[in-house]
Design a protein around this ligand. Structure first.
Ligand code: SAH
Length: 251
């Protein structure tokens, strides 16, 4: 259960401090501890502390950062919660499946401290750009006619599902999933690879920056789905370097 407490909950652009406090409480009752706040509007705040009740220690330990990059740079598995499907649909897991998946990945050797779950701002949720930093979108299957939970309540449901998944001891006859024991690339290296991939297809005139359409988002989705390993990112970076060097020679 130690690994459960290492999973990172990331709240982005939270408007109401009460939600931050209620989130801390929702996490602590389920055994989670790591709270990261990206650009909270009011924090620290008396309302947050009051709503946290006996979980005020999580607020004291919370890490406040200016950008999503800083919140997840070292993460190898990032999941984004959203009630809404998007025009470019992302690989999706229901909340229970997501918790089971995360538990399996951790049992197979992935560090729980390098996994993060993102929650969006109250008014509009996660932007497409934020969601596209994730390997999966997580949806809490709610009433289709009114599916948007309060932020802290969404954190409660996810934390609850994580606790149930982590309480289930893996049976000895279930071998760990081998794919997860390879080192998955962290967010920082995947982002720098995607940036260079973008540069490459612009230089090759495959992508017109004036009219990008959805090309780069589709490519991003492909590589996110692939769950790149560190060594694979190195191979791909090497290929891009070779292509760009050839391109520059020819010019
Ligand atoms: N109005 C926003 C919802 C914001 S609710 C929208 O239309 O997207 C605040 C946050 O709670 C969301 O960003 C998401 O992180 C979480 N959340 C709320 N309902 C959810 C659901 N049904 N499934 C997954 N996450 C949900």
């Amino acid at each position: 259960m130690d690994s459960l407490s290492a999973i990172r909950i990331v709240l982005i652009d939270t408007t109401h401090p009460g939600n931050i406090g209620a989130t801390a409480r929702a996490m602590k009752v389920m055994g989670l501890k790591q709270l990261v706040l990206v650009r909270p509007r009011h924090f620290p705040d008396a309302t947050a502390t009051a709503m946290a009740s006996g979980a005020a220690d999580l607020l004291t330990d919370a890490i406040v950062v200016d950008s999503l990059d800083d919140a997840i740079a070292d993460c190898r598995l990032v999941l984004g919660t959203s009630a809404r499907p998007r025009s470019l649909e992302w690989p999706m897991l229901a909340s229970r499946e997501a918790a089971v998946h995360l538990h399996q990945v951790v049992q197979a050797g992935q560090s729980a401290a390098q996994t993060a779950i993102l929650f969006g701002t109250e008014s509009v949720g996660l932007s497409n750009e934020q969601l596209q930093r994730c390997q999966y979108r997580i949806e809490i299957p709610a009433n289709p006619d009114y599916s948007s939970l309060n932020l802290a309540q969404a954190v409660q449901v996810i934390s609850y599902e994580l606790r149930q998944a982590f309480l289930t001891e893996q049976k000895p006859d279930q071998p760990p999933q081998s794919h997860a024991s390879h080192a998955l690339a962290d967010d920082r290296s995947v982002e720098s690879f995607l940036e260079r991939f973008h540069q490459m297809i612009v230089e090759l005139d495959i992508l017109n920056p004036a009219q990008p359409k959805m090309l780069m988002q589709r490519i991003r989705r492909l590589f996110m789905r692939a769950r790149l390993e560190t060594s694979e990112v190195s191979i791909l970076q090497g290929i891009i370097s070779a292509v760009l060097a050839g391109q520059h020679r020819d010019k």
